[in-house]
Design a protein around this ligand. Structure first.
Ligand code: CA
Length: 440
């Protein structure tokens, strides 16, 4: 395995930062996700942070003051002193592994007293920091990897033939828009566009009335490939740096009118939200899972999308949850209401297959590219990752604790996505949150 389970995953490992030992934290010492932050109290630029409990370790300062003060050449530390994750993304998996070990060692309970004092000066309260988009994203691609989602959506438009015949052979995707990928917490403006009512003779232009979210997981490309040099499935995972939560906001009325014959365009490109912390492939090693078990009679993947490792370990066991909080709920002090939960185990195509397929025509992937899974839906009615599925295109409105109903999103609504991994004998790790409020 490229990403082995080792001492950094030991469930008994404890940190000298007490909040990291809370069994409910998303960020115990076994996780160590990377992000970019600025301290509003401080004039300094962006710095690289590692989330630990309710704190953030200022990795840029740690690299500068602890690792680089010996004067020796240290490429791993040099990748950390800059104001972006650019060079960490380009480290080979072995160096990333070493970096993880170094960070883990610094945060363990048994770190020596002198070092701990120095480290305490590099530790900030997460609350109050400005978290930025973790990676400068050159390109964004969105797949359609949940067969349940594809079937549910297909059924609405083609009741007799919900799943297109290519679906089980080829990972379906489209090129999204990188310029409008925003970090969690960014307000989302309701888009305007052309829509065509069923009984109308001509389309109209105006604000979308059918605004939806899509619960997805995305991965960031670590090292890319040269044009004309596809990435074989056997090497796909070493090109993946880590994962985040993705909300692919979607204007269904605009989508419905524009999507044929070339697929979604303005119904998706106005906004995509990502969570600020990138959970690394190393951290996720204990949560690997066999890839999707296909129904008898389904085709097996073509050879370029198949490998024993992908079959045995290509899937991930990541629990996903979507919550809504309306203005009235906030006024009444109510907690966000959970709309659904799903799991990436239900994805028909693995991240490795998406990456390999993407590069299979020679397309050059670039370091920092964001590649998203598509809406993660499962087989049951509470496993649906979008409102269009949950409300059956608005036919079955959802009742909220305030008595309000929702078919689609209204202005002021906040969508909150969470993700976490949990397994017997392994420390729970989480992704934090991916939030966005819809504004007019
Ligand atoms: Ca999508």
């Amino acid at each position: 395995m490229i990403y082995p389970i080792d001492e950094t995953h030991d469930p008994h490992l404890r940190s000298w930062i007490e909040s990291a030992n809370d069994p409910h934290t998303d960020f115990p010492i076994q996780n160590l996700p990377f992000g970019l932050f600025a301290d509003p109290e401080d004039e300094e630029d962006m710095r690289i942070g590692v989330a630990i409990g309710d704190r953030v370790l200022d990795l840029s300062t740690v690299a500068e003051e602890i690792w680089l003060n010996t004067g020796a050449t240290d490429l791993i530390a040099e990748a950390c002193v800059v104001d972006s994750l650019e060079y960490i993304l380009l480290l080979d998996p072995e160096s990333r592994q070493q970096l993880r070990h170094r960070i883990s060692t610094l945060l363990r309970e048994d770190v020596d007293e002198e070092e701990r004092e120095l480290l305490e000066s590099c530790l900030l309260q997460a609350k109050g920091l400005d978290l930025a988009l973790p990676v400068a994203i050159p390109n964004y691609t969105d797949f359609y990897s949940s067969v349940y989602h594809a079937t549910n959506i297909g059924r609405m438009f083609r009741p007799d033939n919900p799943l297109m015949p290519n679906y089980k052979w080829i990972p379906i995707g489209y090129h999204g828009r990188a310029s409008s990928v925003f970090v969690s917490g960014t307000d989302i403006r309701r888009p305007s566009g052309q829509t065509m009512a069923d009984d109308a003779e001509a389309p109209v232009f105006g604000p979308s009335k059918v605004l939806d979210y899509e619960m997805e997981v995305g991965f960031f490309v670590g090292t890319g490939n040269f044009p004309g040099e596809p990435i074989p499935i056997s090497q796909a995972e070493q090109h993946i740096f880590g994962l985040c939560l993705v909300n692919d906001w979607s204007a269904r009325d605009i989508q419905r009118w524009e999507y044929q014959p070339l697929g979604p365009f303005l119904s998706k490109s106005f906004a995509t939200t990502v969570s600020p912390w990138v959970v690394t492939m190393e951290a996720l090693a204990p949560y690997r899972f066999p890839s999707f078990v296909r129904e008898p009679g389904d085709p097996q993947p073509l050879a370029y999308l198949d490998s024993p490792n992908n079959r045995d370990h290509g899937g991930y066991d990541i629990n996903l949850e979507v919550f809504i909080s309306t203005p009235r709920m906030r006024t009444q002090g109510l907690d966000p209401h959970r709309l659904s939960h799903s799991n990436t185990k239900d994805l028909y195509w693995t991240f490795a297959q998406m990456l390999t397929h993407h590069s299979s025509n020679g397309c050059n992937l670039e370091s920092g590219d964001l590649i998203a899974s598509g809406t993660v839906s499962g087989a049951t009615p509470d496993n649906l990752g979008s409102l269009i599925e949950l409300t059956q295109r608005g036919a079955m409105p959802i009742e909220l604790p305030t008595g309000e109903v929702r078919r689609f999103l209204e202005n002021g609504d906040e969508v909150i996505m969470r993700g976490y991994c949990e397994r017997e004998g392994v420390r729970r790790i989480g992704f934090g949150e991916c939030r966005g409020v819809v504004v007019s």
